[in-house]
Design a protein around this ligand. Structure first.
Ligand SMILES: NC(=O)c1ccc[n+]([C@@H]2O[C@H](COP(=O)([O-])OP(=O)(O)OC[C@H]3O[C@@H](n4cnc5c(N)ncnc54)[C@H](O)[C@@H]3O)[C@@H](O)[C@H]2O)c1
Length: 360
């Protein structure tokens, strides 16, 4: 899929103990890259990182992204050519409870990664993962474009909007100059809500479904009518991988910011997603508690325009929402029956995805 680009390359992934980062690190390993991961230990039980035994496949470094020295040391050890920065506090609700940790981790942590990149001559391209929530949300019915204003109502969204502004300043001030001998390919990637096997984060709909269904309990849905651009985790990850490759090949052209989301129609309501999940799982119930007036504000309507990535990167979503749900259920069924090797389950889906993408 990537014409052997990643084979033998040194790649640093921050946040490799998390949901998206563990899928990305395993995919890079399958592409024969030498992967170094930098993150805190996994913070859910169970978690994808342990279930796929990723520690045995990558150079695993435990450290805090808020610690500049620790981040710099990881770069010194890995000498990466490519960097994917995913480490973050990614939950809106947690950001209301602990805004300082969210801002320190998401903005300050990214500044540390950018400083390490600045002083690491081996880096040829870097992708910083932010979020679709970085945009000033106007509850528009149409999709946000890359040049729409940044914003953020809650601390998480604001931290991602601010991260975007910080990244744009580093790009203009340092990375498109000749500090590295040649310009560095540098971009931010904004994706919507992702689903897939191996996520157990709190306050996310699929982990909530799986926690309830595996115990035979009803799924409690607090925000049934919120609409999100759901995607299978492999779709945005394929975008990040294509982007980092293009950045290394032609930094001047591809540096900037990129949206990765589903095609029109992939935006479905939380309630609909849970109903489809139950159908694919083969049973289960939903409970909607009376609306809580004191619940913290969350965006209701959020869409991304993906025209830029489709036209310029030739990236496109590979799985529609029905397939994304089926693949997710298939993975959790493998986990639920306890007999299957879960690294194999993840790798099978990666290979299946690559095949589907080739024929599209
Ligand atoms: N999951 C989604 O739907 C979604 C949607 C849009 C954007 N994102 C973004 O994608 C990225 C990955 O999200 P995820 O869903 O995999 O989250 P996750 O919580 O599963 O993983 C987060 C990772 O960041 C690491 N991390 C957190 N604080 C750290 C610190 N102080 N020092 C070092 N490492 C730290 C964790 O150890 C973990 O490896 C995040 O930047 C998130 O904001 C996720």
């Amino acid at each position: 899929m990537f014409d052997g680009f990643y084979k033998g390359k040194s790649v640093l992934v921050t946040g490799h103990t998390g949901f998206k980062g563990s899928w990305l690190a395993l995919w890079l390993h399958e592409l024969r890259a030498h992967v170094t991961g930098f993150a805190l230990p996994p913070n859910t039980e169970p978690n994808h990182f342990d279930l796929i035994e990723l520690k045995n496949m990558v150079h695993h470094i435990e450290g805090d992204i808020r610690d500049l020295q620790a981040v710099t040391q990881a770069f010194d050890k890995a000498n990466p050519e490519i960097v994917f920065h995913l480490a973050a506090q990614p939950l809106v609700r947690d950001s209301y409870e602990d805004s300082k940790t969210t801002f320190d981790t998401n903005i300050g942590g990214t500044v540390n990664v950018l400083e390490a990149i600045r002083h690491c001559p081996s880096v040829k391209s870097a992708v910083v993962v932010t979020s679709d929530k970085c945009y000033e949300n106007r509850e528009w019915v149409w999709g946000y474009r890359e040049n729409d204003p940044m914003g953020g109502h809650d601390p998480y969204s604001a931290s991602k909007g601010a991260t975007e502004i910080v990244c744009a300043a580093y790009l203009r001030s340092y990375f498109d100059k000749n500090g590295h001998g040649s310009p560095l390919g540098f971009a931010t990637a904004r994706a919507g809500n992702v689903i897939g096997g191996g996520d157990w984060a709190k306050d996310r709909i699929i982990p909530d479904c799986i926690r309830a269904l595996s115990k035979g309990k009803p799924i409690i849905i607090r925000n049934p009518h919120a609409t999100r651009p759901w995607q299978h985790v492999l779709d945005p990850l394929s975008g990040y991988l294509i982007l980092a490759q293009r950045l290394a090949e032609n930094p001047g052209h591809f540096s900037g910011s990129w949206n990765f989301g589903p095609v029109e129609g992939g935006q479905i309501r939380v309630l609909e997603l849970a109903e489809k999940f139950i159908k694919a799982w083969g049973g289960g119930n939903i409970e909607i508690p009376p609306s809580q007036n004191k619940a913290p504000h969350e965006a209701h309507l959020l869409k991304l325009s993906i025209d830029k990535a489709m036209n310029e990167l030739h990236w496109h979503p590979t799985l529609d929402s029905a397939s994304a749900i089926d693949w997710t259920v298939e993975w959790y069924k493998a986990w639920d029956n306890k007999k299957q090797h879960l690294r194999a389950a993840t790798i099978n889906q990666i290979h299946e995805f690559e095949k589907k993408r080739e024929v599209k």
